[in-house]
Design a binder for this molecule. Structure first.
Ligand code: ZN
Ligand code: ZN
Length: 349
C-alpha cells in the first residue's frame, strides 16, 4: 500500500511539473527559504544594495504635494448602512468596503506619518477621508504587508481600543501575528499564500504578489507579504496590496474565475530602475486588471504620501492614458476622490 502511494506521489509530482501547473496547486512552498525568510515566486528577493538606495536618494528632491479635493462623506449613513454596498477611499491603500452589513478595511492608515517615529518620515499631505472616530464598526481588516504606509500601529491600536468589546478580526500574512500579539491584539489570523479561511459567509484567501517586507534594517523578508481575495456568495473582491508586475496574476486568474472589484495600486513607481520590481506603474496596473479578469477596479496607493519621484498627480493621468490605449472605459478602472463614498450597486449582478 505504502509503495503504491509513494509511486502515486512521484507520478503526481512528475506529472504536475510536466503540466506546468500554477503554483497554488504545487505541494511544496518554494517561497519559504531555509533561513526563515521569504522570497517571491518569479523573482528572488528584492534586495537592492545600499549603494543603489544611495544612488537614488542622493540629491533627490521630493515632488511637490498637490491639494486634491477632499470629498464629503456621511459617517452617520456609513454607521447605520446595512444594505447598500459601498466603497469609501480613505486614502492611500485604505478603503472601507461595506457589503451586506459587513464593514471591511484594507491596510488601515489614518494617522500623520508612514514612519516608525512620530516626528519624521513621510507625512501625509492629504488627510484621511474619514477619521477613526467616524468609522463604522469594523468587522474585518486585511493587512497586505508590514511597510509603514500599510501597517500603522497607531491606527490599529485606536481602532482596537474603540472596539474593545467587539474587536475586528484581522487577517495578516504569515509571521505578522506576533507583532499584533505584542500589542495585546489577539483577534488575528495569519495566513500563507493560497491558504483559505472562513469568516461568516466570506472566504478569505491570502494570495502571492511580488513585493518584500521590513520594519527595520534587520528584518528584511522575515514576515510574508500578500494580496487578499475576499469572496462573498454575491461578490468577489481582490486587494492587491503593494506589488510589482509578475506572473502571479496569471496564477490568480487561473484559480479565481474573475473578480467583481479589485483595488490595484497605481502610484509610487518612479524611478523605474529602482521601483519596477516592487511597485507597478499605471500601465502595469491596467495589465493586471486585464490579467485577472476584473470587471471593475479602483485605483489606490497614490496621492496621499510622497514616497517616490513621480509628480503626485501623474498616476491618475497615466492611468487614463493606459486605459484609452487598451480601449477600457474609465468607469471600469475608476479613480476616487479622497474621502469619496461610492455606491457599488452598479456591480451587483
Ligand atoms: Zn510596500
Ligand atoms: Zn506602499
Amino acid at each position: 500500500m505504502k509503495k503504491i502511494s509513494n509511486l502515486l506521489l512521484i507520478v503526481g509530482l512528475l506529472y504536475g511539473c510536466s503540466l506546468n501547473l500554477p503554483l497554488y496547486s504545487k505541494t511544496f512552498k518554494s517561497h519559504h527559504l531555509t533561513d526563515g525568510t521569504f522570497k517571491n515566486n518569479y523573482l528572488d528577493s528584492i534586495d537592492k544594495p545600499f549603494s543603489e538606495l544611495l544612488k537614488w536618494r542622493w540629491n533627490r528632491v521630493n515632488p511637490e504635494p498637490v491639494a486634491f479635493t477632499l470629498a464629503e462623506n456621511d459617517p452617520s449613513f456609513l454607521k447605520k448602512n446595512l444594505t447598500e454596498p459601498t466603497l469609501t477611499w480613505i486614502g492611500h491603500s485604505t478603503v472601507l468596503l461595506q457589503f451586506e452589513g459587513f464593514n471591511i478595511l484594507t491596510d488601515p492608515h489614518m494617522t500623520q506619518r508612514a514612519s516608525p517615529v512620530s516626528f519624521a518620515g513621510p507625512k501625509r499631505f492629504m488627510k484621511p477621508g474619514i477619521s477613526i472616530e467616524e468609522l463604522p464598526h469594523i468587522d474585518l481588516i486585511v493587512i497586505s504587508h508590514n511597510h509603514y504606509d500599510h501597517l500603522d500601529r497607531l491606527t490599529i491600536e485606536k481602532i482596537y481600543q474603540k472596539q474593545k468589546d467587539q474587536p475586528p478580526k484581522i487577517y495578516v500574512p504569515l509571521r505578522q501575528k506576533r507583532w499584533f500579539n505584542a500589542l495585546d491584539i489577539t483577534n488575528v489570523v495569519e495566513m500563507d499564500w493560497w491558504e483559505e479561511q472562513e469568516f461568516e459567509v466570506w472566504k478569505i484567501h491570502a494570495v502571492p504578489v511580488q513585493h518584500w517586507s521590513s520594519r527595520s534594517p534587520w528584518d528584511r523578508n522575515e514576515v510574508l507579504w500578500a494580496g487578499w481575495v475576499l469572496e462573498h456568495p454575491k461578490f468577489k473582491f481582490f486587494f492587491a496590496g503593494d506589488t510589482g508586475y509578475s506572473k502571479d496574476f496569471i496564477d490568480l486568474a487561473r484559480k479565481f474565475n474573475g473578480f467583481d472589484l479589485s483595488a490595484i495600486p497605481i502610484g509610487a513607481y518612479a524611478p523605474r530602475w529602482f521601483m519596477k520590481q516592487s511597485h507597478i506603474n499605471p500601465e502595469e496596473a491596467v495589465r493586471i486588471h486585464q490579467d485577472i479578469n476584473s470587471r471593475y477596479s479602483v485605483a489606490i496607493h497614490w496621492g496621499t504620501f510622497i514616497l517616490t519621484d513621480e509628480p503626485v498627480d501623474e498616476p491618475p493621468k497615466k492611468l487614463k492614458t493606459a486605459l484609452a490605449k487598451n480601449n477600457i472605459p474609465n468607469e471600469n478602472f475608476f479613480l476616487m476622490q479622497h474621502g469619496e463614498t461610492r455606491s457599488l450597486k452598479f456591480l451587483l449582478r
